[in-house]
Design a protein around this ligand. Structure first.
Ligand code: ZN
Length: 190
């Protein structure tokens, strides 16, 4: 077992993977000041990790795109919070297909409120999927499948990795001898 399989990490983020284009709960680890390791909850072995190197990024846009694939873990909607789910709201929810149970973003298209006790919500919701296999289609869902998307600052480890990438992008080259405005023009030409 690799050392990394034993380290204590906080699974406090979710990450939009390239493979399934679904959201997975993950932890991030910054290694050697030049690698960002993404560990997926439930997949402790490092074999499953996704690892990015500082040198994988050639433009600021590339690294900005990676930053936007992370966000705080979405929060399951409690039974007594159902009235907070309103039409037009963007949520993260379970999409079931065959044996797959994956999380994608959806917009609440319609709400069917039903009188109920605070302990058990029996309302139903029509979700319009924003990406993934159900993109553009509507599915009926109950509260246990729906999570609130949580706003938050960029995770400190991701911010640190992004800064390392940006420093690497600034490494002096021949062009950097010229003034910055000339640099912009040169970049546009090549
Ligand atoms: Zn309800």
């Amino acid at each position: 077992m690799a050392v990394l399989d034993d380290i204590e990490v906080d699974y406090d983020l979710e990450y939009l993977t390239n493979k399934d284009a679904a959201w997975f709960t993950c932890a991030v680890v910054l290694e050697d000041q030049n690698h960002l390791r993404v560990k997926f909850e439930g997949f402790a072995h490092s074999f499953h990790d996704e690892v990015f190197s500082v040198t994988d990024f050639s433009t600021h846009r590339d690294i900005e795109q990676l930053i936007h694939k992370f966000r705080p873990v979405s929060k399951p909607v409690e039974d007594n919070e159902c009235s907070r789910l309103t039409e037009g709201m963007l949520v993260c929810a379970i999409y079931r297909r065959h044996d797959e149970v994956l999380y994608y973003d959806a917009i609440v298209d319609a709400v069917l409120y039903v009188e109920h006790t605070p302990e058990k919500c029996v309302c139903s919701y029509l979700l319009c999927w924003q990406h993934g296999p159900g993109e553009g289609t509507l599915t009926k869902a109950s509260i246990e499948d729906i999570c609130f998307i949580v706003d938050g600052d960029i995770h400190p480890k991701i911010a640190e990795f992004a800064n390392l990438v940006k420093q690497q992008l600034k490494v002096p080259s021949v062009e950097s001898q010229a003034s910055s405005s000339v640099n912009v023009i040169m970049m546009r030409f090549y």
